[in-house]
Design a protein around this ligand. Structure first.
Ligand code: COA
Length: 373
């Protein structure tokens, strides 16, 4: 068995931002028009959204979108992402490559030195050819590639797989890429979810800790763990069977086919499940939460993370112990915890322990115990 580390991290954040005020103005403008129609039809009015509620309930102040054009237009409320021909690099692969190249540079290697690419994200642009294979070709990687999806835990699940494959010697260097273009599948007319998500892409290089790796400063992986328990509380029904149940299969209505969630139940159930999961994981490694210098948690909700940590530590954790990136980025699904890891690990001292933990749809939870080299 080989020792394994994360040798490179890369993050690509698109420049376009949308604030809570801008998002709420667009939502409320649509609600005003819709309520006129509903009054005529004898239907009860829809409630408006509120920027103050969003910041207080989630901690999100703004989010970045790959392409913001179209999202704030009350007549559209969907990003305008031009369709590309099959011969062009696809949008998702391009976004992934941007973060992958940064991770490769951080690891000090070229794409040709990677022998497995995993594209791990909550949404994939198409079922096949796998986005990972397209990224593999674009960066000139050898070996194999595949896509995987475990909702917001996708990167943690990929880390679990990569750790096992590198540890056993099956693969030498695995590149995990997490391009999240969640704006494309978000219902901006759903008051419960319209404010939650943002777009970002993150990437990690996983390889052996060996003589050929300048180990200092890297993050050794001491163990990984995955846990799942079925729940319908975060769900999308969109898929290849979606049109087959319709009277007119030539038109696919997206109503009811985008992300939906019962946010409050997710909040309560996942908070309890995740803190138990992390405690059990640490216990298996002979550790208590107090021994963890930094927590890189899934970036969905600031209150949720605070509650999870309070349950584990018995006291509030400050931003140094458990950094947040969601205020400026929103929930970037599987990319979120990786971004927190990238932005908040360089100050750690050799020997410091950190816990990476993502959670989300499934329900799913994935953790990695890391030690600064
Ligand atoms: N604007 C204004 N008010 C809103 C609102 C909005 N956009 N959305 C909901 N509300 C209202 C509700 O109608 C409710 O009002 P009431 O008390 O008069 O009935 C009140 O706010 C509380 O609603 P609730 O749904 O209980 O809010 P919450 O405190 O649970 O916060 C979330 C909502 C979505 C921020 C929170 O549940 C959450 O983040 N959950 C986790 C979701 C998650 O992590 N999903 C992804 C996992 S990867």
């Amino acid at each position: 068995m080989h020792r394994v580390c994360i040798s490179g991290l890369g993050v690509e954040i698109p420049p376009s931002t949308v604030t809570n005020d801008e998002l709420v103005a667009s939502f409320n403008s649509w609600v005003a028009t819709e309520n006129g129609r509903r009054a005529g039809a004898g239907l009860p009015p829809l409630a408006g959204s509120d920027a103050g509620f969003i910041a207080a309930a989630s901690g999100v102040e703004q989010r970045h979108f790959l392409i913001a054009d179209g999202i704030l237009d009350p007549d559209r409320m969907t990003p305008r992402i031009p369709v590309r021909g099959d011969e062009s690099l696809s949008v998702m692969a391009e976004f992934g490559v941007a973060s992958a190249l940064k991770a490769l540079a951080d690891a000090g290697i070229g794409g040709g030195e990677v022998d497995l690419v995993i594209c791990a994200a909550s949404h994939h642009q198409r079922p096949y050819p796998a986005i990972a294979v397209e990224i593999q070709q674009a960066i000139g990687a050898a070996g194999g590639a595949f896509d995987m999806n475990l909702g917001c835990s996708s990167a943690a699940a990929a880390l679990n797989v990569a750790y096992g494959l590198v540890r056993s010697g099956t693969h030498g260097r695995v590149l995990i890429v997490t391009p999240e273009i969640i704006s494309g599948h978000l219902d901006f007319r759903d008051r419960q979810t319209h404010f939650i998500f943002g777009d970002a892409s993150a990437a990690m290089v996983v390889e052996r800790v060996g003589a050929d790796v300048a180990a200092a400063g890297r993050l050794e992986i001491l163990g990984t763990q995955l846990g799942t328990r079925f729940s319908n509380n975060i769900r999308t029904n969109f898929g290849f069977l979606s049109r087959t149940g319709q009277d007119d299969p030539s038109v696919l209505a997206m109503e009811g086919n985008m992300i939906k969630q019962n946010g409050n139940r997710v909040f309560r159930e996942v908070t309890v499940a995740v803190h138990r999961f992390m405690e059990a994981f640490l216990e298996r490694h002979g550790l208590a939460p107090e021994g963890i210098r930094r927590f890189w948690l899934h970036q969905a909700n600031a209150r949720m993370n605070a509650m999870i940590l309070k349950l584990m530590l018995g006291a509030e954790a400050d931003a140094d112990r458990a950094p947040l990136v969601l205020g400026q980025l929103g929930n970037t699904a599987a990319a979120g915890a990786v971004i927190a890891l990238k932005e908040h690990n360089e100050d750690l001292a050799a020997g410091d322990l950190g816990l990476f933990c993502a959670f989300g749809a499934g329900y799913s939870m994935g953790a990695a115990l890391l030690r600064k080299l």
